[in-house]
Design a protein around this ligand. Sequence first.
Ligand code: ZN
Length: 488
Amino acid sequence: MSDLETAPADVFKTFVNKLGHICDNAKGGKKVTAFAILQLGTIQYYFTSNQRDEEDYRRTSSYITSILNTLDQMRDDETLSRNASDGRLPRLLRMIIRFNQSRIKGYICRMREELDFCINFVRGDRSNEGQAVLQSLEYLKPLLEFSGDACNTNTNEFVDGSQKVIQAISLIYEPFFKEFLRLRTQNNMDRNAPWVVVSHSIGRLLSYYYAVNILIAAHRTWPQLFVDFEVHWVPSTAPREPSIPRRLDAAKILGKMSSDEDTISKYRDYAVVLEQSGITLNAKITEAVRHNNFLPFVHAEVNLLDYILRLQKSLREQGNEIPTFFLNDRYIGCSKPTCRLCELYFDHHPSGVVVRQGHRNMYSEWRAPDVFAADCDTAARERKITLERMIPIIRDEAFLNLREKFATSRPNDSHDTPSNVPPLDVLVSQMNHVVISNTKERGAGWAAWDELSFEPSAESADSAPELTGSPTGDEDGDIDDDSGGAKL
Ligand SMILES: [Zn+2]
């Protein structure tokens, strides 16, 4: 569903996601950005990214402040317009293009390279839809010419040209055009196929147009969000080398996943078959946890939740009022759909805060927030309970995946397990991160390997959390190729 088709009740969540989206200005996952909006007298925007340095945070904070101020300064007749391409609202789109030019250059240059193939292909399609698509692509083609040699244009030329392309795409993206692209790209796993490249680029460029419309819709609905606000950035966490055994293999990991010897034995047999089948499970595990390039960090959504809870706790202890979520909507938005481990973390955290709908992808470089020496027992206990609630689910998904891989390694066997579960080698590496510790020291998330257990504790079973449904907000198919770090 597009942003513009989003139900009014979801506009707020989509707005928060879009704040992250327009700040996520580089490929690779480092700039994935989470936002939350609190209020205590004034409106307080908090944001953080997976990996950004202080200078980058200051620049991003200034940019988002300018965006919010620009919305506030617009005349009523401008903000009442539903159409950002009518020429009256170029400022927002230009500001967003300028900040995101690295990404946008990539989309435009790639589309320019592949568009001729698509035009020649569709020329042979004599259907009404085919001819209409041809007309649309030919309308787009000259607008891409500004990008010149490898997009080496100066910034102002680039912003001008990109603005025209994005606005043109907003005009040609009719339902028949969208459906035509869908049919050309469905089931095509080749990310470099011309139609896949063109469709992806069009979708990503269009998402900036949608972003402007969502910002305007939010301003129209909640003008108080844009007056006397504060913007605060939260430092990214440092990537940290985990303390795990240097020599780790599937047999050792599986030995930690159950207390039942028969179960362990059965899955170890599966692992042996996989090893012999060419999957080279142990080599993948070794590679996944290899020192120097395996540096897990706290993902932006979890880092922001941790910061907000600390802030509220600190103010409460000082006898001060605490900021609460705007509209009492306990929501943390993000530029990308939530990864599986963050999704599980929020689902099982007692705060009741919800995040953007997940995509079930797993990333190897994930870790839980630190518990510091100054933290009270409650913080350590909450993290312990949350992680213990996650572990059985991760374990089951790992077993499911192992069975799936085992079945597919033996072609004559039937199997009915889903294919979209994360690969085992990723899951087992996640399990190694999900270490429970009562130690209240910085870095205490990494307890001794021997202390690790995947059996749920009585404590967690006694106090199951109230689970909240995932919000919508995955409004533009925003599953890019760099959703949250190293994807496996
Ligand atoms: Zn995540």
